[in-house]
Write a protein of this length. Structure first.
Length: 220
């Protein structure tokens, strides 16, 4: 739960946004949005010290040195899914084509296999978006998969760096912070609000199906 952990660190420490973003695997703009309360809902902070993910000593060391990057404490090994596609919440699955289109447009050096691992999709879907034969191609708008919540900035940067190295080219530098910062934060806020609305719609639909009606009670 990186966003909840970031929220706790913002509220309870003097760490810089860069330090928090690095520790939580988030983009600095996501941490900025949390600090500015631009998220759709106020996050409930998650204490990484109580979760045994970091020690108070590490936090103290990082607060004393802005260039220091905290090291996560290794906990017990957990059983992890090693096969099959990455799980994506129902509320975000419709965003996958937009994220795929963004990677294809901005990082053509990334292979379909790498995109599949990042987004949790199939090569068939990626190929259809590449050659514009996708059934919904008219409604697909390239959007950053990080702001869509489909992957993390750290994972995306790693995939870009690996693909650039394999292609023998220099990895591009993330220059999003050099543009209109307020516009980027506003876009992030909009994406989160839409995701929250989608999730609420799903939950309300499930609640409506579970709630007994007069007709079903009489049938009993």
């Amino acid at each position: 739960m990186p966003h909840a952990t970031a929220s706790w660190l913002v509220d309870n420490t003097a760490l810089s946004f860069e330090q928090i973003a690095d520790f939580c695997g988030l983009h600095i703009l996501e941490v900025q949005a949390i600090a500015d309360d631009t998220a759709a809902t106020k996050l409930t902070g998650r204490d990484p010290i109580r979760a045994h993910e970091v020690t108070q000593g590490e936090i103290d060391k990082a607060q004393a040195d802005p260039d220091y990057r905290m090291q996560m404490t290794k906990g017990p090994e957990q059983v992890r899914r090693t096969k099959g596609p990455r799980y994506t919440p129902v509320s975000k699955r419709s965003d996958k084509p937009d994220g795929i289109a963004w990677i294809i447009r901005n990082h053509p050096e990334i292979s379909d296999g790498a995109i599949s691992n990042l987004i949790g999709t199939t090569r068939t879907t990626i190929a259809a978006i590449r050659d514009k034969s996708h059934w919904n191609i008219a409604n697909i708008t390239p959007k950053d998969p990080v702001t869509l919540g489909l992957t993390t900035q750290r994972e995306l940067d790693a995939a870009v760096g690996k693909a650039a190295k394999a292609a023998g080219i220099e990895a591009p530098v993330d220059t999003r912070l050099e543009g209109d910062r307020e516009a980027l934060i506003a876009e992030l806020r909009q994406q989160r609000e839409q995701s929250a609305r989608d999730l609420d719609a799903v939950e309300q639909g499930e609640a409506a199906r579970a709630e007994p009606t007069a007709e079903t009670l009489f049938k009993r």
